[in-house]
Ligand binder design. Structure first.
Ligand SMILES: [Zn+2]
Length: 88
C-alpha cells in the first residue's frame, strides 16, 4: 500500500491518513467550509470524517483556535449542515 500523508485531527488529536479525514478550509475571504476536493485555497484544518469529531469541533468551537479568529454561530451551524448533507 502506498504511504499516505498523515494529518492530525483537530478534535481528537489522532493522526490518520489524509483520505480518512475531512479538510476544513478558511478561504481568503474568511468563509469556513468543508472542502471535499482538498484543493480549496486557504488555510486548512483536518478533522476525522466522523460525526463525533465534527460535533466536537462545533460544540467546543475548535476552529476559533485553529484559525485564530472568532467564527460566528452561523459559521459553525453551516459546517455542521455541510457535514450532514454530505453523509453517504
Ligand atoms: Zn478526530
Amino acid at each position: 500500500m502506498r504511504k499516505q500523508p498523515v494529518r492530525t485531527c483537530v478534535a481528537c488529536r489522532e493522526g490518520k491518513p489524509k483520505s480518512e479525514m475531512l479538510r476544513v478550509v478558511r478561504t481568503p475571504d474568511g468563509e469556513v467550509r468543508i472542502d471535499r476536493t482538498g484543493k480549496c485555497a486557504g488555510r486548512g484544518a483536518y478533522v476525522c470524517n466522523e460525526p463525533a469529531c465534527v460535533e466536537k469541533c462545533v460544540k467546543k468551537r475548535i476552529f476559533d483556535k485553529v484559525f485564530g479568529v472568532r467564527l460566528s454561530d452561523d459559521a459553525y451551524a453551516s459546517i455542521a449542515e455541510q457535514y450532514d448533507s454530505n453523509k453517504p
